[in-house]
Design a protein around this ligand. Structure first.
Ligand SMILES: *Cc1c(COP(=O)(O)O)cnc(C)c1O
Length: 373
């Protein structure tokens, strides 16, 4: 008997459309930023409904540039979630800010507005919610909180291309920051995109991206090279055209998993909150103390059954020596983020899954965690 093929946690779908777009760039001889980047920017304007989109070299840089565009005072505070990819924290530090954390809501893993209310104040310059796993943070509660202290909102939408809050797309509320890294819902290998409704911010971002110049060798600010290449943008264009269909497949896979996994002791399933459109970058369950075996056992068992899984994220972002000792990371204790880090496990939900893949994933989880036969 041969083993069934491995079901990976993420799978890149690149086809003839991407090949044709890339070949067109190669043959044009213009590989650096050009018409493909402009087209990808327009696709993000269309996706988010924001007035402007500015492509940059990666998602971390898109956060850094978004913060730099706000011209923060030295040591200005950025309030964010500790339950995120560490790029969120690194970007704030790179931009010269001080980072302060607000704990998450244990049901959604998203930053908890009540916790934000406890930590924001006159030193808060930016509120940076993370639309984690593809679900929009509670912008309806967060935006007024930011307003109340005069803070800007920068949305870390790296995992949430096309996600919605009350019918409005993420990236259109504050300054939006997207990643186009190889595993994200839209990818160019490496890449990033910033969205904004603010003409002055957009203008400043375009300057910062290009050594501070609008006209060649006429420098208006001290800038940088944050540019994306046309070769990369070409890879993203067909994916933007297919995004709606691919997101619908993710949504269908998430619903299919939840249907199959309901009622398992010690297994908490993810949910789509009311008035949101979840784009299911990850399908993340919790393995609680009530489960028949612990999380390490589940990971081993899934591996043996040929099913990929991942822990996003294994620790609260502040819970590393390099941040514990950092003078611009405010000491934090966020018990819900720490508990989530101990309990979460992400299962495959990507658009390439078939019904029989969903059956296999569910059967493996039931075999590990279901009632002993
Ligand atoms: C991927 C990611 C980033 C960083 O994007 P890169 O393109 O990898 O630099 C930032 N924040 C979150 C939440 C991410 O998932």
């Amino acid at each position: 008997m041969t083993n069934p093929p491995m079901i990976p946690i993420t799978r890149v779908e690149i086809g003839p459309e991407e090949e044709a777009e890339v070949l067109e760039v190669l043959r044009s001889g213009q590989l650096a930023q050009g018409p493909k980047v402009a087209a990808l920017e327009q696709a993000f304007v269309d996706l988010t409904g924001a007035r402007h989109a500015i492509a940059v070299s990666n998602g971390t840089i898109s956060l850094v540039a978004a913060l730099q565009a706000l011209d923060l005072a030295p040591g200005a505070e950025v309030v964010t979630s500790p339950f995120t990819f560490v790029a969120t924290v690194n970007a704030a530090l790179e931009a010269g800010a001080t980072v302060r954390f607000a704990d998450i809501d244990p049901g959604s893993y998203l930053i908890d507005p009540a916790a934000v209310a406890d930590v924001i104040g006159s030193s808060t310059a930016v509120l940076m919610p993370v639309h984690l796993y593809g679900q929009a943070a509670d912008i309806g509660a967060l935006a007024p909180l930011a307003d109340s202290v005069g803070a800007a909102v920068v949305e870390d939408a790296a995992q949430a291309h096309g996600a919605e809050f009350e019918g409005r797309r993420v990236g259109s509320f504050g300054i939006g920051s997207f990643s186009l890294y190889a595993t994200k819902n839209v990818m160019t290998g490496e890449g990033g995109m910033i969205t904004t409704n603010d003409d002055a911010i957009a203008d400043r971002l375009r300057l910062l991206r290009n050594q501070g110049m609008r006209v060649r060798y006429h420098y208006e600010v001290a800038g940088h090279n944050y540019r994306l290449t046309d070769l990369q943008a070409a890879v993203g264009l067909p994916q933007m055209r297919r995004l709606h269909e691919r997101t619908e497949r993710r949504r269908r896979n998430a619903a299919g998993l939840s249907e199959r996994l309901r009622g398992v002791e010690g297994l908490v399933l993810p949910t789509e909150l009311p008035n949101r459109r979840h784009v299911w970058h990850q399908y993340t369950v919790r393995i609680t103390a009530d489960a028949r075996i612990d999380r390490d056992g589940v990971i081993d068992g899934l591996g043996a059954a040929g099913i990929g899984c991942g822990i996003y994220y294994p620790k609260a972002a502040y819970d590393y020596d390099c941040y514990r000792g950092h003078r611009r990371v405010v000491g934090a204790s966020c018990p819900e983020a720490e508990r989530a880090a101990r309990e979460v496990l992400s299962l495959p939900v990507h658009p390439s899954l078939t019904d029989s893949d969903l059956d296999r994933i569910a059967a493996a989880v039931h075999a590990l965690l279901g009632d002993p036969a």
